[in-house]
Design a protein around this ligand. Structure first.
Ligand SMILES: [Zn+2]
Ligand SMILES: [Zn+2]
Length: 156
């Protein structure tokens, strides 16, 4: 939640040092485990769950709770986005590195595929509506739910 002042960077090193600084300011310990989780999360190109990330770490000394907590902190730092996809039970995360923040998602309810797209028009319209309501828009979430091309085909 809240406005994120995170740098709009596409560089992993820059994002990691920003995160370290963020942890320091908040009084959190900067552990190797936490940094490794952050590195994994930030360099992920797709959408992932905390469990996916934990699996990919292959380090049983890192607890799933630490993964959740670190993802929460990355989100708070504005470096990672937590998406709640309709029809999916848990939270899915994605790194902001190399991505435009306002990108939208089309979610297939049959296979779970997530298609990303950009639409300046939808975003602008949402900003216009928010402004007309005196609403302070902090985040733009554009989401469509349905069936992807393959699943439509399978169902005839
Ligand atoms: Zn599908
Ligand atoms: Zn996305």
């Amino acid at each position: 939640m809240g406005m994120n002042a995170a740098p709009r960077t596409d560089h992993l090193e820059e994002a990691l040092s920003y995160f370290e600084e963020f942890l320091r300011k908040k009084g959190f310990k900067i552990t190797q485990t936490r940094l490794r989780i952050a590195e994994r999360a930030l360099s992920a190109t797709g959408h992932f769950s905390a469990m996916d990330l934990w699996d990919s770490l292959g380090d049983r000394r890192a607890s799933i709770a630490t993964v959740y907590r670190t993802l929460e902190l990355l989100e708070e730092a504005g470096l990672v986005r937590r998406c709640v996809f309709a029809g999916s039970s848990g939270a899915i995360y994605e790194s902001y590195l190399g991505k435009r923040r306002g990108h939208g998602h089309l979610i297939c309810q049959s296979c779970g595929r997530v298609i990303e797209f950009q639409s300046a028009a939808i975003e602008e319209e949402l900003r216009r509506i928010a402004e007309a309501h005196g609403f302070c828009l902090q985040e733009v979430v554009i989401q469509g739910v349905g069936l992807c091309r393959d699943c439509r085909g399978a169902r005839g």
